[in-house]
Design a protein around this ligand. Structure first.
Ligand code: PLP
Ligand code: COI
Length: 354
């Protein structure tokens, strides 16, 4: 497919102080846009200046949330190369989300080529400071002008880029989370295992209440029995219990995180025993009470490896790691980011040059 490029005539000022980037607040000069209609399929692939879109008030995704997204990062290495981390996994997952939401699949190889081209154009926007990266946000949404509830006939696929620092204001300092007993995020058979925008809309109320109580996010339980640990709002979770590293098994309502998968592969490569299984909240309480719960951390593209320092389950507030990042979390963080930033050997071939 042809990819047309129109460069901006008004380049924006790049952030002067990379220590103040935060997450997802600043956008680069260009974006990738592609359209879908039944007659042409996916077509009209363009890189254009980042700017407003024209959509109609009856645009179906505004009403019924037929929209999905992805998140990955581009890193600048010490030698000035720009690298992506496992990008094919993201486009594969985007198509999984597309299928679940009745959105026509995109050509994954073409999407990656388009992203690389966009990154070449905006490469000066990839920040240089340690701990920073260019967050890549591909997303697809329905654009048909129609109020009936049915799959849209028209869509847009867009990729935008955002120079970012740490997702949590606390950086690598441990975050506090609590087990959510009232609200649920996803049920088996629902959309929890795909990256549908609607999953995040559903989670906002609980997230808001958690923040008011001084917690970063909530730890979701399964929506069926409300008995098993699932994941946190923007990350998968791992618990070091005795000699095992346990992460909830993917049973249809948890997002199959690419960082989760990478963490499992790295831990197994080092000889740790990683177990993917249902993890009951009561088991976690018990493990804490008898001293076997040694460490907890979340994994995600935005969150990277985030140590969990405080975990509240009902009236029990568990303090983990004495305010510091645990040994396994630190080892994972160092190795994962080392591969991502091109500073360590990449035995798995995860890092892809742009
Ligand atoms: N779970 C949820 C709900 C998320 O939004 C994310 C972030 O993408 C993750 C887990 C982690 O997934 P990944 O490691 O692919 O970024
Ligand atoms: C990511 O880590 O890429 C995410 O999508 C999390 C996000 C909801 C900020």
């Amino acid at each position: 497919m042809e990819l047309s490029v129109t460069l901006t005539k008004q380049p924006k000022q790049k952030p002067a102080d990379e220590s103040k980037l935060g997450f997802g607040k600043i956008f680069t000069d260009h974006m990738f846009v592609m359209d879908y209609d039944p007659e042409h399929g996916w077509h009209n692939a363009q890189i254009v200046p980042y700017g407003p879109l024209e959509i109609l008030p009856a645009c179906t995704s505004l009403h019924y949330s037929q929209s999905v997204f992805e998140g990955l990062k581009a890193y600048r290495t010490k030698t000035g190369e720009i690298r992506l981390f496992r990008p094919t996994e993201n486009f594969k997952r985007l198509n999984n989300s597309n299928r679940r939401l009745c959105i026509p699949e995109i050509d994954e190889a073409f999407a990656l080529e388009a992203l690389k081209k966009l990154l070449e154009i905006d490469r000066e926007w990839v920040p240089k400071s340690p701990g920073t990266s260019l967050y890549v946000r591909p997303f697809v949404f329905a654009t048909e002008e129609f109020l009936g509830v049915h799959p849209s006939s028209h869509y847009k696929f867009i990729i935008i880029l955002s120079p970012s620092g740490a997702y949590y204001a606390s950086g690598l300092n441990p975050v506090g989370i609590y087990v959510e007993r009232h609200y649920v995020r996803a049920v088996r058979g629902g959309t929890g295992e795909v990256k549908a925008g609607a999953n995040y809309a559903i989670s906002l109320k609980a997230q808001d209440e958690a923040e008011k109580e001084g917690y970063s996010q909530v730890l979701w339980l399964d929506g069926v029995e409300q008995k098993y640990i699932e994941e946190v709002g923007a990350m998968n979770v791992f618990f070091v219990i005795g000699d095992e590293i346990v992460t909830p098994a993917l049973r249809g309502s948890i997002l199959p995180g690419i960082t989760r998968k990478s963490a499992i592969e790295l831990l197994q490569h080092w000889g740790y025993q990683v177990v993917e299984r249902p993890l009951a909240v009561d088991e976690l309480t018990e493990a804490y009470r008898d001293g076997r719960l040694r460490e907890a951390f979340g994994t995600g593209t935005a969150a990277v490896i985030s140590p969990i320092g405080k975990l509240k389950i009902d009236d029990l507030v568990m303090e983990l790691g004495g305010g510091k990042i645990g040994e396994i979390s630190q080892k994972l963080y160092d190795n994962l980011t080392g591969i991502q930033w091109g500073e360590l050997a990449d035995p798995f071939g995860w890092s892809v040059k742009v």
